[in-house]
Design a protein around this ligand. Structure first.
Ligand SMILES: NC(=O)C1=CN([C@@H]2O[C@H](COP(=O)(O)OP(=O)(O)OC[C@H]3O[C@@H](n4cnc5c(N)ncnc54)[C@H](OP(=O)(O)O)[C@@H]3O)[C@@H](O)[C@H]2O)C=CC1
Ligand SMILES: CCCCCCCCCCCCCCCC(=O)OCC(=O)COP(=O)(O)O
Length: 311
């Protein structure tokens, strides 16, 4: 029998990597699960990424429950989607709407009841709604830190926990959350936002492990910058609205592309998806593999931003 020497190991490893790559490519090419008639709940569906998700899941034939704080803006989305129904070859459904404020965490049981009343079940819950923040920790009221946490963390987890028993009963369902690259790395002047997204990542990672036995997948999606009103709607350290469309946001990914990636992740029941360019992706690895360098880079970034503000 031929012995595998050091020289023989390299081609073997290369062949193994090739097979793995091929397998991953084939997995990506699979169409994934159908969403025709699936009940899909989307929070923050009145604008930005949530609205684009509503478009792509509607076109895929899903029965939508669109959530937000403003009934008239949600109705506008319903009208737009209904008007576009002829453009798709799937059978489409008129979306339903449920209005609630995620920051009112103690009303999530009532919100879940209303959501479940729409179709009697939830197949996919997409926790998308969120708010960002711009501020220096030294000048930030603790109430602002708490408010961002309510909207981005406590609201979504309370809603998830209120919907989950019905999924467990049916041994069917899918929980999705839109986190951020900032759920994996923390950048200066984003404390409230990055903290809420890190908490989100941790909670949904725990949930994934705990509910796997019921056949309910959990998908955490971490996008980089997307061209939406997130920065305009962000809060500052004193609770006032930031109101500026940042260059990073304006030059971010097209929300339609991100929505298509969300659809693909749902179809494939992906566990953890980062949707970002090479620099943020590299930064995520750097944070784990060479934290000292990452912290140096962040401190330099903080100094530069502070200098610009002082000008
Ligand atoms: N844009 C970006 O660069 C990135 C965004 N993300 C994430 O994507 C998600 C969507 O944000 P995006 O579309 O960009 O931003 P938008 O500001 O355009 O949309 C945010 C949505 O969240 C809803 N929302 C905000 N606060 C509440 C609340 N208290 N209760 C209920 N709904 C609320 C808003 O609805 P309404 O005001 O009508 O109630 C709105 O529909 C967020 O979780 C964000 O963190 C992640 C990475 C990058
Ligand atoms: C040896 C090579 C080192 C290369 C690493 C360089 C590190 C560069 C830092 C990159 C930071 C990327 C930050 C990305 C942040 C992001 O995409 O956030 C998405 C959001 O959620 C946006 O929200 P915001 O309110 O901040 O607009």
């Amino acid at each position: 029998m031929e012995r595998i020497t050091g020289g023989g190991l390299f081609p073997l490893a290369l062949a193994g990597a090739g097979v793995l790559l091929l397998y991953r490519m084939l997995v990506r090419l699979r169409p994934g699960a159908s969403l025709q008639d699936a009940v899909v709940v989307i929070t923050g569906a009145s604008s930005g990424l949530g609205k684009e998700c509503a478009r792509v899941f509607h076109a895929a034939g899903a029965r939508l429950v669109l959530c937000g704080r403003d009934a008239s803006r949600l109705q506008q989305v319903v009208q737009e989607l209904t008007a576009s129904s002829a453009e798709t070859h799937n059978q489409t459904h008129i979306p339903r709407t449920v209005v609630f404020d995620l920051a009112a965490t103690d009303t999530m049981d009532r919100a879940a009841e209303q959501i479940l009343k729409c179709y009697g079940q939830v197949d996919v819950l997409i926790n998308n709604a969120g708010i960002s923040y711009r501020g220096n920790i030294l000048d930030t009221n603790i109430s602002v830190q708490r408010d961002v946490m309510e909207t981005n963390y406590f609201g979504p987890i309370a809603l998830t926990q209120a919907v989950l028993p019905s999924m467990v009963c049916r041994r069917s369902g899918h929980i999705v959350v839109i986190s951020s690259v900032q759920g994996k790395i923390a950048i200066p002047y984003r404390s409230a936002y990055a903290a809420s997204k890190h908490a989100t990542q941790a909670y949904f990672d725990c949930l994934r492990a705990e509910i796997e036995r019921f056949g309910i997948p959990v998908t955490v999606i971490s996008p980089g910058y997307i061209r939406t009103n997130l920065s305009v709607n962000a809060v500052t350290g004193d609770g006032s609205k930031y109101g500026i469309l940042d260059k990073t946001t304006a030059t971010g990914w097209d929300p339609r592309d991100v929505a298509h990636a969300v659809l693909k992740a749902v179809r494939h029941r992906s566990k953890d998806v980062v949707l970002a360019g090479s620099l943020p992706s590299l930064a995520i690895y750097l944070r784990t593999l060479w934290p000292a360098l990452f912290f140096k880079l962040m401190a330099s970034r903080a100094r530069k931003e502070q200098k610009l503000k002082n000008k």
